[in-house]
Design a protein around this ligand. Structure first.
Ligand code: NAP
Ligand code: F7E
Length: 342
């Protein structure tokens, strides 16, 4: 049987790295788009990015979703069966500092890919996946599902709402198989170091080994529904195997505060944290040493307080089930970090 060809925008990120491995395991030919950077950005792909001269199933191309000529050229050359658009400036806090850039990449980047499919008349061949986010629900009351109205609370989330609707518009207007995954937070050892779970795990492991003194955080009381990236990239692929494109919420259905995530990580590391004080003066102590403090710079101008997904639709239609829970997620992240510290 002829191998399927996939093209991943955002292959160097957390999900891109897991999705590439997943698709290779399904016998796909995998193409990925990486940005030019002054230092290497392919660290998460190192073990699959073997000698380019002996490779037959994994290829990287320079490109940028802010540059429509590169997007059009890559799609026209590869003519993939499936496109996964994972490319984004995905840091919510940073999107308040660089809102225009965030909108260009997240909102218009999506449009550039969809419009290339249309312009190249590849709408009958290519299936398109859009990386939507629970951040689009923002201030909407939990639990959130496919019928919940969006209430985005950051330039990132507003841009994702545009991306969501332009995906539906191109599906309806030009008959493109284009689906939106509305994914709740998902983490892993590959998670970027500025996201809160990875920041906590890395710091706690280092503090335990005496390699770091303190961890500074923002709001400890927002609640998130955290899953594992490995489970979530499988859901992306499942959506793309359906006959008709639809939009699906992917989540675990459990939520925890940031403080609960710290306590669970500490428990795994056998560290007993004692909390004292309130608001900006709240502090965490271990062995009578102050190891956690609040820094107001990590607060956001508008916060998303409570995300809790209801993914009954995906469970029914895709038969998708997460394999990880919060404890196996945290233990894997800690084990991998400890290996690195050794
Ligand atoms: P990530 O680790 O931040 O990866 C983002 C990827 O996009 C990286 O490969 C990055 O390249 C690339 N990128 C950034 N700007 C680009 C541009 N202008 N042109 C081409 N590529 C560009 O994010 P992730 O956690 O894997 O998430 C994947 C996607 O799902 C993102 O769209 C994110 O917004 C969305 N999402 C994530 C979550 C989550 O909890 N992880 C939940 C819902 C939705 P560099 O490596 O060069 O920076
Ligand atoms: O923040 C609070 C912060 O940056 C989670 C992205 O993948 O998931 C991610 O967005 C919570 C927020 O993720 C710190 O205020 C406290 O309430 O890990 P995060 P996020 O903003 O939920 C969604 C679904 C995406 O789509 C995004 O691309 O933690 N928090 N103190 C902190 N957050 C950070 N980053 N750093 C702190 O020091």
């Amino acid at each position: 049987m002829k191998k399927k060809t996939s093209l991943i925008f955002g292959i160097t990120g957390q999900d891109g790295a897991y999705l590439a491995r997943f698709l290779l395991s399904k016998n796909y030919i995998v193409h990925g788009v990486k940005r030019r950077s002054s230092s290497l950005n392919t660290e998460r792909l190192d073990d699959i990015y073997i000698d380019p001269h002996n490779r037959t199933n994994f290829y990287l191309h320079y490109g940028d979703v802010a540059d429509s000529t590169s997007v059009l050229k890559i799609i026209s050359e590869i003519k993939p069966d499936e496109i996964y658009n994972l490319a984004a400036q995905s840091q919510v806090r940073v999107s308040f500092d660089i809102p225009e850039y965030t909108a260009d990449v997240v909102a218009l980047g999506t449009l550039r890919i969809l419009d290339s499919i249309k312009t190249l008349k590849l709408h009958k061949k290519i299936k398109y996946y859009q990386a939507g986010s629970s951040e689009m629900f923002g201030g909407a009351k939990p639990p959130q599902n496919e019928k919940t109205n969006f209430y985005p609370r950051s330039p990132y989330a507003v841009s994702k709402v545009f991306a969501h609707w332009i995906t539906i518009n191109y599906r309806e207007a030009y008959d493109i198989f284009a689906c939106n995954g509305i994914l709740f937070n998902h983490e892993s050892p590959f998670r970027g170091e500025t996201f809160v779970t990875k920041k906590i795990v890395n710091a706690m492991c280092k503090i335990k080994k005496g390699k770091q003194k303190k961890l500074y955080l923002g709001n400890l009381y927002s609640k998130r529904d955290w899953g594992h990236s490995k489970d979530y990239v499988e859901a992306m692929w499942m959506m793309m195997q359906k006959k008709y494109a639809k939009d699906y919420v992917i989540s675990t259905g459990n939520q925890y505060t940031i403080k609960e995530f710290i306590n669970l990580s500490a428990k795994y590391l056998r560290m007993k944290i004692t909390w004292k004080g309130k608001g900006l003066k709240e502090k965490g102590f271990w062995n009578n040493k102050e190891i956690i403090s609040i820094d107001k710079n990590y607060f956001r101008p508008t916060e998303v307080e409570s995300l809790l997904g209801d993914s009954k639709f995906a469970k029914k239609e895709l038969k998708w089930r997460p394999k990880y829970n919060i404890n196996s997620l945290i233990s894997e992240m800690i084990e991998e970090e400890n290996k690195k510290l050794k």
